[in-house]
Design a protein around this ligand. Sequence first.
Ligand code: 1GP
Length: 255
Amino acid sequence: MTVYQKLIDVVQKKGAGYLVLLDPDECSREDCVSLARDCEANGVDALLIGGSILFSVQLDELVKAIKEVISIPVILFPGNGRQLSKYADGILFLSLISGRNPNYLIGEQVLSAPIIQALGLEPISTGYILIESGKTTTVEFMSNTRPLPREKPEIAMAHALAAEYFGMKLVYLECGSGAELTVPEEIIRSLRKALSIPIMVGGGIRTPETALLKVKAGASFIVTGNILENGYSPSLIQSFAQAIHHQGKEKFKSI
Ligand code: 1GP
């Protein structure tokens, strides 16, 4: 089964999926491996690995070490076309469609596509959309693009629909790691109405309650990063997973 199919299965069974982002620049290899273990044990459906810059050079070793201890999918979430590892199960093949910087629309992708093929990584074609989140985020600065206005859901919807018409498999609505504000529910609702592909939402989500609001608005996947980076309790991971999986549970109860 492909990684994408595994993600779709999660949505079908649980209503929505919980993904945790590990940024190798933000935690040591030991900490990342033990977080990965705790994630799997407490209901996380897949891991994303990547960062805006990636100063650490041992991505391969890190992904390999994580793969040795968990069986949920490990998916690369690259800040640029050089963040690749043959040990991952797949890669979000991103195009930053909210921006107008050709390098992040197609340039990095052209450079990395042949390498992704040679490494045998499954690419998951993803329309990556930045939404304004209160202040300049790293991804906004590094990509040299402007995020979409948060008060205009129709603009985000038109971008997402274009992604679906291009044949992309997923739309990722992103406020940026550590964002002050999260993706507004109005935007998620407007995309949910117009699209048939799944919507991933991340950036600034710090509580299970916020995650639940995004799922109720129509998010298929929630991503958290920062909140688990500097000390966490496994019960927090579990609370996120329970909130995000609530629809699956309700379905299960009614059978
Ligand atoms: C960033 O959406 C992810 O790409 C996660 O954001 O670190 O703010 O949870 P946070």
